[in-house]
Design a protein around this ligand. Structure first.
Ligand SMILES: [Zn+2]
Length: 482
């Protein structure tokens, strides 16, 4: 969407200064990234998913001592990642949890983490949730209907049931849930009944596992540290992702970006519409938040490397009454985005029929390629420039004239230059850009900072560009008048 305006290169003369502003250009294609993207194997993802969905259940509450339940499944993921490459540091990220919805007693929740160390500690994550659930007759379809009718029982993946979000308004008794509020909890059936979870979220799990392979085997020396994580407890309220995010915040682990993939393998919607050429990408607002900026970046770079696939940006946290692990990261202040298949089939979610025949591996492959392009570029590019003071105020002013736009930013490690982008204050996507060289400030004469949104991206010598840091107003605390 960044290139919606088809402006030709336009010479602009302002106050005696000449610069060439242009509509945002295509990002530079790095042949090494193109090769990495092309090496993603649909066949391997199919083999992985065949095995993963053959466990009777991966329900987090299932008996971990059973040979075909959650304990065996997570161990298989661990072993498979370990076999994949000696460059991957594989571990369990283990948490003891009590009072988990649908679980008896204390449970041991284990995320499986594979780290590919980079030159710097900043981390970029890709995730799927390996746990599955069987909600009984009707599965997600019944849940949707219950949510639509305003009755209790609309529990689904994620932020549903049990999870609390800061700022969530309390729900009055007997009142239907607001569309964006979690519905009331719903009891989960016997956790040991069959729950193959092939698409939800075996698809995101094998996507993350395949990306671990191609990044580890790429031979590219990434600047960022890459983390391929498959989490558990999503179906009980984003528990695995939330525990990891909390730990990361406490330990000050610098998570720069998190790409979550949850239900990304089906191209046949339950309403008969088939769409294997697009993927939806959800991100928490407000406009120009780090997550929203990351989503715009993922679209721009993903479509450059995979032009046959379109990323449809959604200016919302997630779907109505549904949640995903990226929101658990947002809750701790990290930039995180959620990929969702283009059309869902609710009749094949959260039931015994979420089987591998519902997964289109060509489609899953395209979605994996879009993820890989964004992650690889981000991992080679410098971090986005800092455009705020230590107190969070945007470093933009009107100069002494009062009518110019003066932008300042801090140098990003590894940057060889910067690109300034701008758009009208009503438009959603960057309309213009200018490469300003290796400087840390720039002035647009006679451009009123109230009428335009400005941002800056950093670029390294090879042309890898970061996500955009935008100059945004601090949230309004109270009305101060005109
Ligand atoms: Zn899911």
């Amino acid at each position: 969407m960044r290139r919606t305006l088809c402006l030709a290169i336009a010479g602009v003369v302002l106050a005696g200064q000449t610069f060439r502003a242009q509509a945002p250009s295509q990002p530079t294609i790095d042949p090494r990234i193109a090769k990495l993207v092309a090496s993603i194997s649909e066949e391997r993802m199919q083999q992985l998913l065949q095995k993963l969905s053959s466990f009777k259940t991966r329900n987090t509450c299932s008996d971990p001592s059973l040979p075909d339940a959650v304990g065996a499944a997570r161990q298989w993921i661990f072993d498979e990642l370990t076999r994949t490459s000696p460059k991957l540091q594989v571990s369990f990220d283990t948490h003891q949890l009590q009072n988990v919805r649908g679980c008896a007693g204390t449970i041991e929740l284990r995320n499986v983490v594979a780290i590919l160390p980079g030159k710097s500690p900043r981390r970029i994550y890709v995730s799927g949730h390996y746990d599955s659930v069987n909600l009984g007759a009707g599965g997600q379809q019944a849940s949707n209907a219950a949510a639509a009718a305003g009755t209790a029982g609309g529990a689904s993946g994620g932020a549903a049931a049990g999870a609390t979000r800061p700022g969530a308004a309390p729900q009055a008794p007997g009142e239907p849930p607001a569309p964006d509020q979690p519905p009331a909890p719903r009891p989960i059936r016997d956790p040991n009944i069959p729950a193959p979870g092939a698409n939800d979220d075996g698809s995101g799990t094998v996507l993350s596992m395949e990306l671990a392979r191609v990044f580890a085997e790429s031979g590219i020396d990434f600047d960022a540290t890459l983390v391929f994580i498959t989490v558990a407890g999503e179906e009980q309220g984003l528990l695995g992702a939330a525990a990891h995010a909390k730990m990361a915040k406490e330990q000050k682990i610098p998570i720069q970006a998190w790409f979550n993939n949850d239900i990304v393998g089906g191209s046949h919607g339950g309403d008969g519409i088939i769409d294997s050429a697009t993927i939806r990408l959800y991100s928490e607002g407000p406009d120009d938040s780090p997550s929203r900026s990351l989503a715009m970046f993922a679209k721009r770079v993903g479509e450059a490397y995979v032009p046959s696939h379109q990323v449809r940006l959604m200016a919302r946290r997630d779907r109505f009454s549904r949640g995903g692990d990226h929101s658990a990261l947002n809750d701790q202040g990290f930039a995180a985005i959620g990929f969702r298949e283009s059309r869902e089939n609710y009749a094949k979610q959260h039931g015994a029929n979420d089987t591998i025949d519902g997964v289109d591996f060509h489609y899953l492959g395209q979605n994996a390629r879009v993820n890989a392009a964004g992650i690889a570029t981000l991992a080679l590019a410098p971090p986005p420039p800092v455009v705020t003071t230590t107190r969070g105020a945007p470093t933009i002013d009107r100069r002494t004239s009062g009518y110019d736009a003066h932008l300042r930013w801090q140098t990003s490690p590894g940057a060889a230059g910067y690109i300034v982008v701008w758009r009208k204050a009503w438009d959603p996507d960057w309309q213009h850009e200018i490469a300003v060289g290796n400087v840390t400030e720039y002035t647009f004469p006679h451009m009123n900072i109230d009428d335009w949104v400005f941002g800056v991206a950093s670029v390294d010598a090879a042309g890898h560009e970061s996500a955009v840091s935008a100059y945004v107003m601090a949230p309004r605390v109270e009305s101060s008048g005109g």
